[in-house]
Design a protein around this ligand. Structure first.
Ligand SMILES: Nc1nc2c(ncn2[C@@H]2O[C@H](COP(=O)(O)OP(=O)(O)OP(=O)(O)O)[C@@H](O)[C@H]2O)c(=O)[nH]1
Ligand SMILES: [Mg+2]
Length: 362
């Protein structure tokens, strides 16, 4: 599996419902806590305006979007760090993912049980964050114990960073919010800590479509910043997940939804994971590929086929803006708009790439 985002939150808040909406998956959802025990894994197609533009220019037989892996993890409850509700196992599943999508119940529905009695978005977030922080503190203690006899200069530096993380966490900060120098981050690997992973909040709102007036959504925005909170009505999105994209948008707009919340969310998860896209066009097939930012051309070629990595010669790079002016490869070449790059070149988001490798080109 490549980079993956994990859906976390209290039990019965709509995590599996959201996975089904995002990935057209068939995870079991039910109106009782701990419906999910075994994690569900899905793949979401990343909506992509550049792919659409390339499709219009190149007229391929097939166009395949990039994807992102999403894992729906069992609900956490207070005490999870001490093993409550199978907490330890679920926490270790959270440890395996690279970013967190934290679902917060902001919908009113007296028929849907809430493990804490009633929904209170900020308190609910804090319950989860406290469990994650406690698990991190435990890990920090183990790490400090394991390395306590390392008196080398590196060892001393590591002790100092662990101390810094530990006092930050004890004061209620998440590891991701504790400023670390590059050297400190390399020593302590903050991404290995649950509160060190990048996070996005999903306000699961009711199906009225008026999310701006939803008090829970507003409270989350005020606390975490509107750029980090996305409103979605998971149940409604799940219901229309199997419609054709155009029908879905029309259905939602009739209900008063002004924007495609699901598309915005998938794009936000993609960015949260630090992914970018490059495109290939070969054998009449246009395809978007997801790679971590900073991936070299050689490694990117290997994503398509291992032979292309081992036999890598060079990558020819075309920009969408140039393709719009000259929509044919020979013409682009004549205009000097096909750039050649070697194996160490780091691909940039949105580039159309043609790989040359011993034994072929693609
Ligand atoms: N009214 C309303 N109900 C919802 C919404 N989203 C989910 N639900 C309902 O809430 C219940 C729980 O949903 P799930 O998706 O199973 O919740 P979960 O967070 O995966 O729960 P666990 O796996 O038990 O932790 C189901 O009955 C859903 O239909 C929503 O936006 N509005
Ligand atoms: Mg579930």
């Amino acid at each position: 599996m490549g980079l993956a985002a994990g859906i976390i939150g209290l039990p019965n808040v709509g995590k599996s419902t959201l996975l089904n909406a995002l990935c057209q998956a068939k995870a079991e959802t039910a109106n009782y806590p701990f419906c999910t025990i075994e994690k569900n894994i899905g793949t979401a197609k990343v909506p992509d305006p550049i792919l659409e533009e390339l499709k219009a220019l190149l007229d391929p037989k097939e166009a395949v979007p990039a994807t992102v892996e999403i894992v729906d993890i069992a609900g956490l409850v207070p005490g999870a760090s001490q093993g409550a509700g199978l907490g330890n196992r679920f926490l270790s599943e959270i440890r395996e993912v690279d970013a967190l999508v934290h679902v917060v119940r902001c919908f009113e529905d007296e028929n849907i049980a809430h493990t804490e009695g009633s929904a209170d978005p900020l308190r609910d977030v804090e319950l989860i964050e406290t469990e994650l922080a406690l698990a991190d503190l435990e890990r920090l203690e183990k790490e400090a114990e394991r390395t306590k006899r390392d008196f080398s200069p590196q060892g001393r530096k590591l002790h100092a960073v662990l101390e810094k993380l530990s006092s930050g966490l004890s004061a209620g900060e998440a590891v991701r919010d504790i400023p670390l120098s590059k050297e400190e981050a390399e020593l302590a690997s903050p991404l290995d800590y649950l509160t060190g992973k990048p996070v996005l909040f999903v306000a699961n709102i009711d199906d009225s479509g008026h999310y701006k007036e939803n008090a829970g959504y507003q409270a989350l925005c005020q606390r975490f910043g509107p750029e980090n909170v996305l409103p979605v009505c998971a149940r409604l999105e799940e219901e229309c997940a199997e419609l054709e994209p155009d029908e879905r948008i029309e259905f939602l707009s009739q209900l008063g939804f002004e924007e495609d919340a699901l598309a915005r969310l998938i794009e936000a998860i993609f960015k949260l994971l630090g992914l970018i896209r490059f495109y290939t066009f070969a054998n009449n097939k246009l395809r978007a590929w997801e790679i971590p930012q900073g991936t070299t051309a050689e490694i990117a070629a290997g994503k398509i086929h291992s032979d292309m990595q081992t036999g890598f010669i060079r990558a020819e790079i075309i920009q969408l803006a140039d393709l719009k002016k000259y929509p044919s490869l020979p013409e682009l070449r004549r205009q000097g708009l096909v750039r050649s790059e070697g194996r160490e070149y780091q691909l940039q988001d949105g580039e159309l790439v043609h790989f040359l490798f011993s034994g072929g080109s693609r």
